[in-house]
Design a protein around this ligand. Sequence first.
Ligand SMILES: [Zn+2]
Length: 301
Amino acid sequence: MLIGSAAVAVAGAGVPGGAFASGRGGMSLRWLGVAGWELLVGGRRVLIDPYLSRLPVFDGEGRFIPDHPLTVREDLVDRHLAERPELVLATHGHYDHLLEIPHVVAKHGSRVIGTETHRHLLTAQGVPGDDVIVASGGEHLDFHGFTVQVLRSLHSQFGSYGYFAPGTLTAPPPSPPATISDLVEGGSLAYQVSAGGFSVLFLSGTANYVEREIAGLRPDVLVLGMSGHANVYDYTARALRATRPKLLVPSHHDDMVTQLDDPALPPRGNPAAAAELAETARRIGLAARVLDPELLRWYEL
Ligand SMILES: [Zn+2]
């Protein structure tokens, strides 16, 4: 669903079941749920924070279970991510971002971009170190057909101005990560993927960013994390003013736990996220459209 001036998504050509956002960018985008995205750039495939397993990390009383074991829903990953991604971009080390990357790499031999800590977490789970490109933010990498700019970023800051499982590693952990607490944040990164004069900025894994890192980027599309930003000053408006995108897409705006094969799973995330993007754009006078994506549906950008 598009909110704003062009309000209708229509069936698109080129991507099975796809819909157009504008159809002019030559890229296609699919939301995998939580903060997971799949981007097609001229037939080449990039994943960002794939997380289809949606671990049930809350008990019957709604309390968070910090020692919930790490288990991958390989059936869902294999079904929905059957095509080989060339590259997997990790925004940070938390379980809902990093968990499935070892499975994807083992199956497809994809390259990963992440921080030194993310590399240590991944090699402890069997990912060959050479498959992980270590970045710290500031890199502008040429994949010859598309480029990836890596941007220094920040994790969301919750009620106490902190977050679950902070930490960094300077060596692989002594034993492989076993619970969700073992996958520490390890620094946060954002990414801009560009090709043919069109770009998509993924501030998608957290609800925070470094304003001076993103100022002036002018992406065509901004995918913005939209939960947990109550304590980040003027979060949405600052991101939109700094980057002035043409299309806004919410990220990390679902319940994170309802299984992908549960009929009770709503087809879209929390509608408040798209509404906040549309309202903020209107308030600051930014002529941007909002795409409130359906889960697992392709959109031609
Ligand atoms: Zn996180």
